[in-house]
Design a protein around this ligand. Structure first.
Ligand SMILES: CC(=O)N[C@H]1[C@@H](OP(=O)(O)OP(=O)(O)OC[C@H]2O[C@@H](n3ccc(=O)[nH]c3=O)[C@H](O)[C@@H]2O)O[C@H](CO)[C@@H](O)[C@@H]1O
Length: 374
């Protein structure tokens, strides 16, 4: 472990990153970097299955759980219950901050970030929130009001916050993804053929049932074109496995703990457009068909996807009009035109911000930085 320098004394840092993979994995990346720099890090995650599934591979990190609470969308009696749970979460956070003697609190987004950041703000502890989306959610906009600085995944989000508080850092990818894997090795690791094209299908950290169904139909038409690696999500694994039992060119995983290999093995990706998935697509330089989750708050996944489409890194299609034929046509187009595929890959790579994790760690370490500007 690197000893913290005198210039950067060891800090006790709490990172709130629960609720979904899109908050958890960037939080893990920041924790890995800060730990490497000699700081003590506590990660606050939720009790949801996805958090438990994803965090179990990081035994060297210190995880604590906090109840995940969501703000009711419609004002109703449930507001009362929400208020009580929020109060309890803030009280829990206050105790935890005392226990770990926190110097800094970072919220990686979502409502789970609010109670610890708010509790820290009230105690006069330095606070940050990271937002990875092109259109920030209400929870982050609210949390940002209690923060020293707002760290942004992309510039497009700046005008939703006090611009002077914002620093564009990018969204970090996990340490194991930083070095890109070799395609052949990745395919061997995932038992995929070496001599066929591979399309990776992923529906964010929890899977996407409708997208899975459309892809299965498209895969029937594309048996001669490519193999498919479908990451189904826990809830849809049994159904997809059954539907594809007679399709040897379709490979199914419930939850993938080897995402670096999954991306490296793929020639093209079909995906939801959650911010972490997009960050990883950029880092791996992978062309994609993006199908935003239609019910995401304020349709923010469509905003994310448009940024990638505008840069030539992806095509975006809406789920309500998407057909298996569209998917098959996209795959035929990009997999049969190597210069188009190469150019989309290149455009994706140009959106990569490889130093995001050190930018964030630098902001955290420079306690007296005049970081009100990018
Ligand atoms: C429905 C919804 O509102 N989703 C939001 C949620 O996304 P959600 O968490 O679903 O999606 P993201 O794309 O941001 O992140 C998914 C993460 O899970 C990882 N992964 C996925 C599957 C798997 O089997 N193994 C694995 O490790 C991916 O590599 C990636 O790191 O938070 C994101 C960050 O605020 C938002 O941009 C998304 O819009």
């Amino acid at each position: 472990m690197t000893e913290p320098s005198l210039k950067h004394p060891s800090l006790n840092i709490v990172i709130a990153c629960g609720g979904t993979g899109g908050h958890l994995f960037p939080g893990i990346a920041v924790a890995q970097e800060l730990k490497k720099r000699g700081h003590r890090v506590t990660l606050l995650i939720s009790q949801k299955k996805v958090d438990a599934q994803a965090s179990k591979n990081y035994g060297d990190l210190d995880f604590r759980t906090i109840e995940a609470i969501a703000m009711p969308k419609i004002p109703s009696l449930s507001l009362l219950g929400f208020g009580v749970r929020l109060y309890k979460a803030i009280r829990f956070s206050r105790h935890l901050l005392d226990e770990v003697e926190a110097d800094v609190v970072i919220g990686m987004g979502g409502f789970t970030s609010f109670p610890p950041v708010y509790a820290a703000h009230r105690k006069g502890i330095r606070t940050y929130v990271h937002d990875s989306n092109a259109l920030p959610g209400k929870a982050n906009r609210m949390t940002a009001k209690c923060c020293t600085n707002v760290l942004l995944g992309i510039e497009e989000a700046r005008h939703y916050f006090n611009p002077a508080k914002c620093i564009v850092t990018g969204t970090p990818v996990r340490q194991e993804m930083v070095a890109r894997k070799d395609k052949n090795e990745a395919r061997a690791e995932l038992n995929l053929p070496q001599d066929r094209r591979v399309a990776l299908v992923m529906g964010g950290s929890q899977g996407a049932r409708n997208l899975n169904s459309l892809v299965i139909e498209a895969a029937r038409q594309c048996a001669d074109l490519c193999d498919f690696l479908i990451i189904t999500g826990s809830a849809d694994f049994a159904r997809v496995s059954q539907l594809t039992a007679d399709m040897p060119h379709v490979h199914v995983i419930e939850f993938c703990s080897a995402m670096a290999a999954a991306y490296a093995a793929a020639d093209v990706v079909i995906s939801r457009s959650g911010a972490s998935s997009l960050t990883e697509l950029a880092h791996m330089g992978k062309a994609a068909l993006l199908v935003p989750y239609p019910f995401a708050a304020d349709d923010h996944q469509a905003h994310n996807a448009r940024v990638f489409a505008a840069h030539g890194a992806a095509r975006m299609m809406r789920e309500n009009t998407l057909t298996p034929d569209d998917i098959a046509a996209f795959l035929n187009e990009v997999l049969k035109d190597s210069s188009l595929l190469a150019s989309m890959n290149e455009c994706a790579l140009r959106l990569d911000m490889p130093d995001a994790v050190s930018r964030i760690a630098n902001v955290i370490e420079h306690t007296d930085h005049a970081a009100s500007h990018d």
